[in-house]
Design a protein around this ligand. Structure first.
Ligand SMILES: *Cc1c(COP(=O)(O)O)cnc(C)c1O
Length: 819
């Protein structure tokens, strides 16, 4: 290479192909000490990551310095989960480097797809809540919001799912096995997080009481930072994840007593705090270690935030102008008493001053109305682990209850509103604490926010009407269209320009092409290619052959009774029975794909997985139907698998019992990628229907009100079973072992739940309406022009569901931050 060209290269920062290529080579050689012969897929991937990181660092440092200089109000997003998935494509796209990197990678002699696939998903979340936090990070950076995401750096994220004989098997997720090249360890950014101990009260000369939390057992939180670039705007925010390590490297006393090994033995108990993500989605389990994790996150993050504040300010009353804290569900709601403790016990503010600050700074997002999900910690456990916080919570409760009065002779009102329940073994209700201590409380879709005010938080909505608001969830169009469906993104950009990537409302302009023959043709080809790609992936990874000309009917999400995977598999059985009855029935070929993890302790959900796999086994091996119907359960659902499946979907299954899915975000991803939705009027499905129009979505089933009426008027699943022949046949088959011939009783718990235990999720109540709606779906699919027209209209009307819009709403309605 000529010298002048060599000088122009800047392998560390150059945004051109030559610089990038040289940087990859240098990292492979000088950082990893490998060459083209000895390097593994991981080495290749890592050398690319390091080259990308080089291009992030200047921007990262500059962004943080700017926030500091401009005294920007910071948004502190506290979340126990971040389901971020792979980062390479996301980083390259946001840096505007994807094509440059692709060329550079090929020039080095690596394969781009292999490099991408070498990355292990960061699966630090269960499902929607964690993925939402990840989409919000992307949007906050893209909008230039001075935000920091705080979370826990679990050694093990969500378990890997294997399927063995149709059953889910959990395996540890070893995502850190070879290190995490997107993370920078900051050993000097660490804080002591205290636990246990006792509260010592002393009176000062002026007669004022001081409370000291003493004799604590301390754990150290160490920061690990991951850069979060905005979309081509040179902003790089920070995701700071805390890892637990034992406080003192060794115990000096034992050391001096000659118990050397004892003294330096690693304090496993402390390090356990960041060991593993709890794999429960929407169920509260009450384990002490989980409470420790929650306080660990809150304490380290608030210490960090407060240290940042104190660098510039000494008047704590300025906190609400400098900080907005957002709690992603109740999990971080100990931030309320913790901030009170810091302000009173450490900064010596009076209660009223501290309370005024806290209640102008904290905010809480509610994610579910389901009672089993609501966190309620036994006060015995809390007072043992966090004695000072328990005192403070008691005092918050006492003062709050003084403001609550009985209305209309409703003597239970006070008891319902207490933070600490009035029972033999009192529990701390984290939702109530969140409402009392927060400035704003939001639900995550219009319907959910409404129901929140009418049901679980009715009393609070009357008491604090000004606190309640809605922010409908969203998804980042960078990952969920530009990245996962490049061909569709390019088609759209070709017709309406590229600005939609950050202004998703502009997709509306695509609507004019809904009936355009050219556009439809290309749109159809892209969908076919995506389906083919998924089919190839399925064949490569499982050996199963699927027909890309069939309807790809997809339900992917956590396995949960309220999400009703059971209803979808029952529909497959209906189609199967119809085809068995009449192999020449005019049924459109269909491939029903499921994926999702069940919580390891959720027996019924695991049985649903087994049922899906057994039904698949019978159907797929029946030569009379296998050309028309195929059912598959793809193992190990993850962000990366979602990115492969969603662009290939024709039909999106969003079939939860009305009132139970707070928002859903999977529903948005599918529609944005040109799938049509079959769904209930639940969560954000309601808003999707408003946006795309009722003719362009397949809505079925009971509404929230109808569900309630039905329950009140003595819902009888058995009557429905008796009166619907097709339904009866399906249930009988499941019950009698048609799908489990070697173990005929295997699925009895399922039929019992449906017929004898009241069918709480009203699968039978919506079954007929669902099956009939599926016939409409099929008829529509046969009319290719109509189907594509509707699909294009769906894409065109997804602007509302950009997480950029969600973040703008948070800025305006909650954080009081300008964007
Ligand atoms: C979007 C997403 C979810 C949430 O899906 P819902 O259908 O809204 O429950 C869960 N897991 C992953 C990996 C996702 O990408």
């Amino acid at each position: 290479m000529p010298t002048d060209q060599r000088q122009a290269l800047n392998p560390r920062t150059g945004m051109d192909v030559d610089s990038f290529r040289e940087d990859i080579r240098q990292h492979l050689h000088y950082t990893l000490a490998k060459d083209q012969y000895s390097s593994t897929e991981w080495d290749k991937y890592k050398s690319v990551v390091l080259a990308v990181m080089d291009r992030l660092h200047d921007r990262w440092i500059d962004t943080q310095q700017q926030y500091y200089d401009q005294q920007s109000k910071r948004v502190y997003y506290l979340s126990m989960e971040y389901l971020i998935g792979r980062l390479m494509d996301n980083m390259l796209i946001n840096l505007g480097l994807q094509d440059v990197a692709a060329e550079a990678i090929e020039e080095v002699g690596f394969d781009y797809d292999e490099v991408r696939e070498a990355e292990i998903d960061a699966g630090l979340g269960n499902g929607g809540l964690g993925r939402l936090a990840a989409c919000f990070l992307d949007s906050m950076a893209t909008l230039g919001v001075p935000a920091i995401g705080y979370g826990i750096r679990y050694d093990y994220g969500i378990f890997d799912q294997d399927i063995k004989d149709g059953w889910q098997i959990e395996k540890p997720d070893m995502w850190l096995q070879y290190g995490y090249p997107w993370g920078v360890e900051r050993p000097q950014k660490s804080y002591k997080v205290p636990f246990y101990g006792r509260v010592k009260a002393t009176e000062d000369k002026g007669g004022r009481l001081h409370f000291d939390w003493v004799d604590t057992h301390n754990v150290t939180a160490v920061a690990y930072d991951t850069p979060v670039p905005g979309f081509q705007n040179d902003v790089v925010n920070n995701l700071r994840l805390w890892k637990a390590s034992s406080d003192e490297g060794f115990d000096l006393k034992s050391f001096n007593q000659g118990e050397y090994i004892e003294a330096v033995r690693s304090n496993l108990l402390e390090e356990n705090i960041s060991r593993v993500l709890y794999p429960n989605d929407k169920v509260f389990k009450g384990q002490e270690l989980r409470l420790k994790q929650e306080f660990f996150l809150v304490s380290a993050s608030l210490q960090d935030a407060m240290a940042r504040f104190k660098k510039k300010f000494d008047d704590f009353r300025k906190i609400p102008q400098q900080m907005a804290v957002q709690c992603n569900d109740t999990h971080p709601n100990l931030a309320i008493p913790e901030m009170m403790r810091m302000l009173m016990d450490e900064e010596e503010l009076k209660w009223d001053t501290a309370w005024d600050i806290v209640t102008k700074t904290m905010n809480y997002t509610n994610h579910t109305l389901m009672p089993e999900a609501l966190e309620q910690w036994p006060i015995s456990l809390m007072s043992d682990l966090l004695p000072r916080h328990t005192q403070i919570i008691r005092e918050i409760d006492r003062r709050f209850l003084n403001t609550v009065h009985m209305t209309n002779g409703d003597s239970n009102r006070k008891d319902r509103m207490r933070i600490i329940s009035n029972e033999m073994n009192p529990r701390i209700r984290m939702g109530n604490l969140g409402i009392v201590g927060a400035k704003k409380v939001n639900g995550v879709s219009e319907l959910h926010s409404d129901l929140m005010k009418k049901t679980i938080f009715k009393d609070f909505a009357k008491h604090f009407p000004e606190k309640f608001t809605n922010v409908t969830n969203g998804i980042t169009p960078r990952r969920w269209l530009r990245q996962c469906n490049r061909d569709l993104a390019d088609l759209i950009s070709d017709r309406i320009g590229k600005d939609w990537v950050t202004h998703l409302d502009q997709l509306k302009e695509v609507e004019q092409f809904a009936e355009d023959a050219d556009f439809q043709e290309t749109f159809k080809e892209i969908k076919y290619r995506n389906k083919k790609r998924l089919a190839d992936h399925i064949e490569r990874t499982s050996g199963n052959v699927v027909n890309p000309n069939s309807i790809f009917d997809i339900q992917i999400k956590r396995i949960h009774e309220y999400k009703r995977q059971l209803m979808a598999v029952m529909h497959a059985i209906v189609l199967y029975n119809r085809l068995r009855e009449n192999p020449n029935a005019d049924i459109e070929p269909r491939t029903l794909l499921f994926a999702g993890k069940a919580a390891p302790g959720y027996t019924m959900a695991k049985l649903h997985i087994k049922l899906i796999n057994n039904v698949a086994e019978i159907i797929n091996n029946d030569p009379d139907v296998s050309s028309k119907l195929k059912v598959l359960f793809l193992p190990d659902y993850s962000v990366s698998l979602a990115e492969k499946m969603i662009p290939a979907a024709d039909l999106s299954e969003q079939i939860s019992t009305a009132g139970m899915e707070a928002s859903g975000t999977g529903n948005m991803k599918f529609a944005l990628n040109g799938a049509l939705t079959i769904g209930t009027l639940d969560g954000a499905n309601v808003e999707i229907r408003e946006q795309v129009g009722e003719d362009n979505i397949f809505i079925f089933g009971q509404t929230v009100d109808e569900i309630e009426e039905n329950r009140d008027s003595g819902y009888s699943p058995r009557k429905l079973y008796e009166e619907d022949e097709e339904l009866k046949q399906v249930i009988d088959q499941i019950h009698e072992g048609y799908f489990s011939p070697s173990e005929p009783d295997l699925f009895h718990p399922i039929t019992k739940a449906l017929l004898s235990d009241g069918d709480y999720f009203m699968v039978l109540g919506d079954f007929r309406s669902y099956v009939d709606k599926q016939e409409e779906v099929e008829a529509c699919y046969k009319d290719e022009f109509e189907w594509n027209r509707k699909a294009i209209i769906n894409v065109a009307n997804m602007g509302h569901f950009s997480s950029d819009r969600s973040i703008r709403d948070y800025c305006e309605r909650i954080w009081d931050v300008e964007v």
